[in-house]
Design a protein. Structure first.
Length: 279
């Protein structure tokens, strides 16, 4: 009886020790063998670029990050960082894209492709319709918060001022015009809301902001008409008459776009820059 008990205990402890050894041995082994461990910077970059061109963004990002991590001082690192920012932008990761762009501009302030990074920064926060449902049931985006529009406008404005002759400057100017129209229409929505709510003085203030600060936008004509109606409600007939005269004069001279909530889709067409190369 004692012998059987001893034999059982011995087998138990031997199995326990064997299991512990196997588990310990497994912990020494890597979870996955990295086949790229000995790859050169050029090989990693080429692989990343191929994945990017195939639309395999997650894999492209993985290899671009390896270039920067393993070969930070190579000639491929700069290009990899630019393309990494682009990959993040295409992968709908604006925070990561902006972080890479900011780091690149700070690290390489004299880089010949710097204008592209400024352009990409504006594109990263440029408000676009991304949902298929918004093509089926279009929404007027000017009713939404204009914070993103203003941020994008500032980035494009910086590009145009720093690089007025850049190949991206003209497209940036068109996008700035679109964004300015969007902001002016947003302000007009608020002015109309105030007027419909009976807050006529607030409506005048909001509409006059459009007239004074957002000239050459389609919303100006409608803003003037809101001011005319609000002045009449406030009993300020003289101001209403003067504002009506301004409206009539400008309409006769330049004309206004009546439907100010119509989006101009043509300026949203993206440029496809030829930048996947060394300069």
């Amino acid at each position: 009886m004692i012998k059987n008990t001893f034999s059982f205990n011995t087998r138990f402890w031997l199995l326990a020790l064997l299991s512990l050894f196997v588990l310990s041995s497994c912990s020494w082994l890597p979870d996955e063998i990295d086949e790229t461990v000995n790859w050169t910077a050029e090989e990693l970059y080429t692989e990343a670029k191929n994945h990017l061109q195939e639309g395999e963004l997650a894999k492209a990002i993985e290899f671009y990050e390896k270039v920067g991590a393993r070969y930070p001082h190579s000639r491929y690192a700069q290009q990899a960082q630019m393309e990494l920012a682009y990959a993040y932008y295409k992968d709908d990761e604006p925070e990561f894209a902006l972080a890479e762009i900011k780091r690149f501009i700070k690290t390489y302030p004299k880089h010949p492709n710097l204008d592209y990074l400024y352009y990409l920064r504006g594109m990263t926060v440029f408000p676009e319709r991304k949902s298929v449902f918004e093509f089926i049931w279009p929404q007027d985006e000017s009713k939404r918060d204009t914070k993103i529009s203003l941020e994008s406008f500032q980035y494009f404005d910086l590009l145009v001022r720093k690089f007025p002759d850049s190949i991206y400057a003209e497209d940036a100017r068109l996008r700035m015009k679109y964004l300015k129209n969007k902001v002016s229409k947003h302000e007009l929505h608020i002015a109309k809301f105030y007027y419909d709510s009976g807050a006529y003085l607030a409506a005048v203030n909001r509409a006059s902001f459009v007239v004074k600060n957002l000239q050459e936008t389609p919303a100006v004509g409608a803003a003037l008409l809101i001011m005319v109606k609000a002045y009449k409600k406030l009993g300020m007939d003289s101001l209403a008459k003067d504002t009506q005269l301004i409206y009539d004069t400008n309409k006769e001279k330049n004309g206004f776009i009546d439907d100010v909530f119509l989006e101009d889709e043509s300026i949203l067409s993206e440029m496809v820059p030829d930048w996947l190369k060394f300069k």
